[in-house]
Design a protein around this ligand. Structure first.
Ligand SMILES: O=P(O)(O)OC[C@H]1O[C@@H](O)[C@H](O)[C@@H](O)[C@@H]1O
Ligand SMILES: [Mg+2]
Length: 216
């Protein structure tokens, strides 16, 4: 082991569970109702991006009154929460739960650092909240990813230095946030998206934590 790693900070959507499809369907429903240009390709740009910033990306410069934006993001969230009601333990990605148990048993601190304001609800439905020493979400800090704030806040809460933390991320903005925080970034997904990370795995099932600890 080359670094003194003491904890792992997990992004939620796309790392512990795949909610991207639910976000997509919710935005698509709103877009259809309001005649906004939206498709799966645009949805890919919303990975890791906050709710309001996601709407700004969809609007692509189109001017809309603030109250209207609020109503649209609230409505999108209502649709998303309807999907969340269906979320259960079965929606944990691959063998992530077993991997979390192994890390915990080995004495590492575990945390969630998610842009989502629904993170606590999602984790509750997945029934894995208790595995984490802390859960930071879209309400924890003001500046969203790619700012380092959320991850720095998370490390502080669990009492670790940034250099002692490994972040697992599936979003470009999340990898940038981890690097800006001075942490080790493990990217999950295609190199075009997460290639800036110290280590990249194509999918969650490929993650090998022993390898992560020896390679970094
Ligand atoms: O609308 P929420 O639940 O607060 O989520 C905010 C963001 O959370 C991120 O985790 C997702 O990758 C984004 O797609 C989403 O926009
Ligand atoms: Mg994500």
């Amino acid at each position: 082991m080359t670094k003194n790693i003491k904890g792992f900070i997990f992004d939620l959507d796309g790392v512990l569970t795949d909610t991207a499809e639910f976000h997509y369907r919710s935005w698509q429903k709103l877009a259809d109702e309001e005649n906004l240009n939206f498709n799966r390709q645009i949805n890919e740009q919303l990975r890791g991006v906050s709710r309001m910033q996601s709407l700004e990306i969809i609007l692509a410069g189109q001017e809309v009154p603030t109250a209207q934006k609020k109503e649209w993001t609230d409505r999108k969230n209502e649709y998303y929460q309807e999907y969340l009601a269906e979320l259960t333990k079965k929606n944990i990605l691959d063998d992530m739960e077993a991997k979390l148990h192994q890390l915990k048993k080995a004495g590492y601190k575990l945390a969630v650092g998610s842009s989502s304001r629904n993170a606590k609800k999602v984790l509750k439905n997945l029934q894995i909240s208790d595995l984490f020493d802390t859960i930071s979400d879209g309400n924890s800090v003001e500046r969203a990813k790619p700012a380092p704030d959320l991850f720095l806040h998370t490390a502080e809460v669990i009492g670790l230095e940034p250099a002692e933390c490994v972040v697992l991320e599936d979003a470009e903005s999340g990898v940038e946030a981890a690097l800006a925080a001075g942490m080790i970034a493990v990217g999950i997904g295609p190199a075009e998206r997460v290639g800036k990370a110290h280590l990249v795995y194509t999918s969650v099932s490929d993650i090998d934590f022993e390898e992560v600890l020896t390679k970094i």
